[in-house]
Design a protein around this ligand. Structure first.
Ligand SMILES: CC(C)(COP(=O)(O)OP(=O)(O)OC[C@H]1O[C@@H](n2cnc3c(N)ncnc32)[C@H](O)[C@@H]1OP(=O)(O)O)[C@@H](O)C(=O)NCCC(=O)NCCS
Length: 168
């Protein structure tokens, strides 16, 4: 995305990830509540988050587009098409339940269709992840199919619900 780009909502600023986001992202990714249905176990070491952030920073514009979400100037989460056309999001548990994720998702979806011209946005969610499913349903995503034992997270096999939102 263009350097310095910002998406602004009523309460939030969405901006490109930066190396300085490491501590804030580690505070989220080391929290077992946040990673309960994530694609990895909690990040015990900050190096694990550094690798994850490095991958995000290395994403090229034609591959995906992730945003850090700031609330009152603090990085509280991330949302974006980390690999086109798949959406991903995670927020610090301290800010859950205030409509923050929903508010952040709206301009990202709008941009997915209006700027990136995607035919659809997809999601891969653990069927037990009620919050994520509710968030996606609220934005019009509908289940397309399911698969069992798609992710081995630590020692636990997890399943997937696949959802899609077609271009309006
Ligand atoms: C999923 C997540 C982003 C939701 O963030 P949030 O800011 O609390 O979500 P919002 O407040 O915007 O709520 C969005 C919708 O989800 C619902 N919701 C939120 N938490 C819920 C919960 N624990 N159980 C059921 N529904 C829930 C809200 O009621 C709302 O639905 P509504 O608009 O129909 O009322 C957050 O829980 C999170 O970061 N989870 C960990 C990371 C994760 O699992 N990411 C997804 C991987 S696929």
């Amino acid at each position: 995305m263009p350097p310095g780009m910002r998406l602004v909502t009523q309460r939030l600023v969405l901006r490109p990830p930066e190396p300085g986001d490491l501590d804030a992202l580690h505070a989220i990714l080391r929290d077992p509540r946040a990673t309960r249905y994530w694609s990895t176990p909690p990040h015990a070491a900050i190096e694990r988050t550094r690798e994850w952030l490095d991958t995000t920073l290395a994403t090229r514009p034609h591959e995906g587009e992730d945003f850090i979400v700031e609330l009152d100037g603090l990085a509280v989460g991330k949302v974006g098409l980390y690999r086109f056309p798949e959406i991903g999001f995670i927020f610090h548990p301290d800010v859950w339940g205030q409509g923050i994720a929903s508010e952040a998702l709206a301009p990202v979806l709008e941009r997915a269709f209006a700027v990136h011209g995607l035919a659809q946005v997809t999601a891969d969610v653990d069927p037990r992840n009620a919050a994520s499913l509710a968030l996606l349903n609220r934005h019009g995503f509908r289940e397309t199919h399911r698969a069992a034992r798609t992710w081995l997270i630590g020692e636990e096999w997890c399943d997937s619900v696949y959802l899609a939102l077609a271009r309006p």
